[in-house]
Design a protein around this ligand. Structure first.
Ligand code: ADP
Ligand code: MG
Length: 324
């Protein structure tokens, strides 16, 4: 996309601002140059945001699509207790995309949403790639680098029987908001990241992740749904779990029609943290204004049990899974 591409990158470079800190050289050269803080390990995560799969141009405000594109990887860094170091955006746009003013506006707002969250979380955009997509869909991939003091990252695999299970914030809000968005996208056109929009503008729990290093035994972010992500954590740790339905912090957007519990258990993309800590660990009731709720405990074996009205039932992972 020749001149379009050059213009786009020039614009992006000025909007991304001058890097600093761990980014010694950002957008403009063949590679970025990073210098991790002394004595730190580097963590890397990458996430696709594909039109039609992760966002819909006729549902999502462009700023929300940009925000979510970065939020996914930031939530992975949060889950491991990492500080963001740099972000890289690979973007493929349909041929001729920027010829239409409405599309240029979309792109502008997409980057606006992404860069707003980048600034808020001190995550410099340090590079990327721009290309023409083979089809009509916008394809974006984000690579994020983060750092932790050497050897202190939180992992999925360190939960032990007897540990207590906690979750941050509220569950099910993202799937409730997504259902409303799909029905009446117009209602959400002026939504912005300062409001509570669990689907459109999820807030990665970076501060909580940092606080949990040294407090938690294991952690994972809830991207696919509590039932599925708890299963991942238990499998990696080779343990089972018991959770109490009554204790789950239901998001206020969930109506009480009876499927609220199902959405809290299986609805994806809440980007909250699910973590375990030894019973002797003093876990605060809230961190940076976000409530921390005890929802169950880790047990021996590999079964995950849901106690609902005192009745124990087997909890199957029923969250998000890509069919390949
Ligand atoms: P090269 O052809 O050597 O890979 P490019 O022309 O693709 O370089 O990119 C020039 C500069 O612009 C590089 O620093 C690259 O990281 C940056 N860049 C290109 N596309 C993006 C993008 N979508 N987001 C952020 N930076 C980008
Ligand atoms: Mg090059």
């Amino acid at each position: 996309m020749a001149s379009g591409e050059l213009q786009f990158i020039r614009n992006l470079r000025s909007r991304a601002g001058r890097p600093g800190g761990t980014v010694r050289l950002g957008i403009g050269d063949d590679c970025a140059v990073l210098r991790p803080p002394k004595g730190h390990d580097v963590l890397v995560t990458t996430d696709f945001s594909l039109e039609g799969r992760h966002f819909h141009r006729d549902w999502h405000p462009a700023a929300s699509a940009g925000h979510r594109c970065l939020a996914r990887g930031l939530s992975d860094l949060a889950a491991m207790g990492a500080h963001p170091m740099a972000a890289f955006l690979s973007l493929a746009l349909p041929a001729g995309f920027t010829r239409r003013a409405a599309n240029r506006k979309w792109l502008d707002d997409f980057l606006g949403g992404l860069l707003h969250l980048a600034k808020q979380t001190k995550t410099p955009l340090a590079g990327g790639d721009t290309s023409t997509a083979p089809g009509d869909a916008i394809l974006a991939d984000m690579v994020l680098l983060g750092s932790v003091p050497a050897g202190t990252e939180l992992r999925r695999s360190k939960a032990r029987p007897g540990d207590i299970l906690y979750v941050t914030g509220y569950l099910g809000g993202a799937s409730a908001e997504l259902a409303a968005l799909a029905q009446t996208p117009r209602r959400f056109r002026s939504a912005n990241p300062t409001g509570d929009h669990p689907h459109l503008y999820p807030q990665p729990q970076l501060r909580i992740g940092h606080r949990l290093r040294g407090l938690a035994s294991a952690a994972i972010d809830i991207s696919d749904g509590l039932s599925t992500d708890l299963t991942h954590l238990c499998e990696e740790s080779r343990v089972g779990a018991i959770i109490d339905a009554e204790s789950l912090p239901l998001h206020p957007l969930l109506n009480s029609k009876g499927d609220a519990l199902q959405q809290a258990l299986h609805g994806g993309e809440d980007y909250q943290l699910l973590f375990t800590a030894p019973a002797s660990s003093k876990i605060p009731r809230s961190i940076s204004g976000t409530p921390i709720t005890r929802i169950g405990e880790i047990v021996r074996g590999k079964d995950i049990t849901l106690r609902n009205n005192g009745k124990p039932e087997r909890l199957q992972p029923a969250g998000w899974e890509h069919s390949l």
